[in-house]
Write a protein that binds this ligand. Structure first.
Ligand code: SAM
Length: 207
């Protein structure tokens, strides 16, 4: 991907804006993702400000993100600066990898998928939550118009048009997850659609 969002610019109001642009549903989607976790430890990949903190209270969590500014607001005890494409962990280190609203920002998803596989223990889960476009053509059109207006409006009022333009455009970077997500070496991959018009997906890979 040639473009990317600079989350440092928006880190202070990221959580607020995220709730606004998802009408508050982001919290329940993160909870649905966390409910799929195996017992044990968790790598929160692209943890950002640690929005999954309350869902992961009973887990031993390592938060990883390339953006130090986002991590500075993150309450997890173990925080590491790093990228999904080059995970600084030994193989078979984690029972789970959780990745919420990050995948569209990852430059090399194939590499990140292999890296996640490497650091997961056998039987471990990779839980991937992100937004896409609805499958239905009519809903897709409505979603395109709605997200165009909302994200450009938020970009304008926060003086971060570039970042929010990226978030709008990134919804079309990849084909639908049912086409784009590959099982790779994983033994199993289940993809569920959630959210209004099914524009959010929850992928669960098992190593
Ligand atoms: C939209 S935020 C999501 C944060 C959090 N996971 C959440 O649920 O709100 C995307 C995060 O992905 C991080 N990110 C961008 N590229 C990444 C990469 N290649 N590997 C891991 N994280 C990345 C960004 O720095 C940012 O903090």
């Amino acid at each position: 991907m040639n473009e990317s969002a600079n989350f440092s610019n928006i880190h202070k109001f990221y959580d607020f804006i995220n709730s606004l642009t998802t009408l508050g549903f982001d919290k329940s989607w993160r909870k649905q993702a966390a409910d799929k976790l195996n017992p044990g430890n968790v790598l929160d990949l692209g943890s950002g400000t640690g929005a999954s903190y309350s869902d992961l209270k009973n887990f031993d969590v390592t938060a990883l993100d390339p953006d130090e500014q986002m991590l500075s607001l993150n309450n997890f005890e173990k925080k590491i600066v790093g990228k999904g494409e080059e995970l600084p962990f030994n193989e078979n280190s984690f029972d789970n990898v959780l990745c919420c609203f990050v995948w569209r920002n990852v430059d090399d998803t194939e590499k990140a998928l292999s890296e996640v596989y490497r650091v997961l223990k056998p039987g471990g889960k990779f839980i991937l939550l992100d937004m896409t476009r609805p499958k239905n053509t009519f809903y897709k059109l409505i979603h395109k118009i709605g997200t165009y207006i909302l994200l450009h409006f938020v970009g304008l009022i926060t003086l971060n048009l570039k970042e929010y333009r990226f978030l709008y455009k990134s919804l079309d970077f990849y084909p639908q997850p049912e086409v784009h997500l590959t099982k790779n070496n994983y033994t199993n991959l289940v993809i569920e659609r959630i959210g209004l018009f099914d524009f959010v997906y929850l992928g669960v890979y098992t190593k």
